[in-house]
Write a protein that binds this ligand. Structure first.
Ligand code: UFG
Length: 338
């Protein structure tokens, strides 16, 4: 069985990707420093997979610890999720974000080269597009100045990967630009575990639905969109996870020295009010919300052109927004109500 290293594998997207890898006959090996994840996620993962998934408590900045994991395992590929991701915090602590997110990629690439591991899938974000002029947004759309240090780390990491391949490196790389991941594994064993007050819409909605938060504030309703609230492309985390498996299998077929990138979204945009209405439908209860001020730095509307990933990887999103919110709600019920 091919072993795949997942950095940040105890996190939200990483843990779901571990399940997708097992379902496709791979053996995931996780490294995570648990700075923004919980050991209970690994327990949930083991339950879903019906066996113990190998997991090392290792910080990706600890080069010798990372090397020891490579010494222990013969990896066929790597999926690199480990990174800090809070947009607001990154504007307050930019150096923390630059050093962690960039150095971990460099250490990983150097270690892969040392051990002859060629294939890596990198977690990027649709944040690199800023507010695109033409929608849906294609991979060929020029990237814009990053809105935050977090977003800039994604751009810089993409650039590092491109330069690395340009230098003739014996490596094969895919960057995936995620749109908005939502949902949870349908079993309810794993899902998103936001620390403190959630920044993202869906965990805020489910926590409000569960009575843990009083009300949701919708950040502005005077945007140039069908109902005035912002539009995003919400993708079920299991669909997103599957895109990583497809990306790895695509890399395995390429010649050495290869780079490609893909949008990973559903191809549909939904407004904040549509997400709220869909949540009310699947949970069977009204959501307490009010319209508030715009959030600084918010993009008005963005959704993915998925033609490239549909055609080249043969991947498309299978879950609907309703499925996503049902699974998010199911996960919230498991985490608990007030
Ligand atoms: N929103 C609310 N109220 C809330 C939270 C969010 O109305 O309490 C709205 C936002 O204004 C936005 C939408 O819900 O219109 C989605 O907001 P999220 O914070 O869930 O997601 P974003 O698209 O703003 O941010 C996501 C990722 C970031 C990434 C960014 C750009 O969380 O990591 O996309 O790619 F940088």
């Amino acid at each position: 069985m091919k072993k795949i290293l997942i950095t940040g594998g105890a996190g939200y997207i990483g843990s779901h990707t571990a399940v997708a890898l097992v379902n496709s006959g791979y053996e995931p090996v996780i490294i995570d420093n648990f700075s923004n994840s919980e050991k209970s996620t690994v327990a949930g993962l083991n339950k879903i997979c019906g066996r113990e998934i190998s997991c090392y408590e290792v910080d990706c900045l600890d080069r010798s610890a990372v090397e020891r994991v490579f010494l222990d395992n013969d990896f066929s590929g790597v999926i690199h999720f480990a990174a800090f991701k809070a947009v607001g915090e990154s504007t307050r602590l930019p150096l923390k974000y630059y050093s962690n997110n960039i150095d971990s990629l460099l250490i990983l690439l150097e270690t892969m080269s040392k051990f002859g591991v060629k294939d890596i899938v990198f977690s990027s974000s649709c944040t690199v597009y800023g507010q695109p002029e033409i929608l849906p947004v294609k991979e060929s759309t020029p990237r814009q100045l990053a809105e935050s240090p977090y977003g800039n780390t994604k751009k810089i990491c993409e650039d590092i990967l491109v330069d690395y391949i340009k230098s003739g490196a014996d490596s094969r790389i895919v960057s995936l630009r995620y749109f908005n991941p939502v949902g949870a594994h349908p079993s309810g064993e794993i899902g998103e575990l936001p620390l403190g007050v959630p920044n993202n819409l869906v965990p805020f909605i489910t926590q409000t639905g569960a009575g843990l938060r009083k009300k949701l504030t919708v950040f502005g309703d005077k945007y140039n969109t069908p109902d005035g609230t912002c539009v995003r492309d919400y993708i079920h985390v299991m669909d997103l996870a599957e895109a990583h498996v497809k990306s790895l299998e695509y890399l395995f077929q390429q010649k050495n020295n290869f780079y490609d990138l893909f949008n990973v979204g559903t191809g549909n945009g939904n407004t904040v009010l549509e997400v709220i209405k869909t949540f009310e439908k699947v949970s069977g209860q009204p959501l307490n919300y009010e319209i508030g001020l715009r959030r600084e730095g918010d993009i008005e509307k963005v959704w993915a052109d998925t033609e490239k990933i549909n055609n080249v990887l043969g991947w498309e999103a299978k879950y609907s927004l309703e499925d996503s919110l049902r699974d998010s709600w199911n996960w919230q019920l498991k985490l608990g109500k007030k």
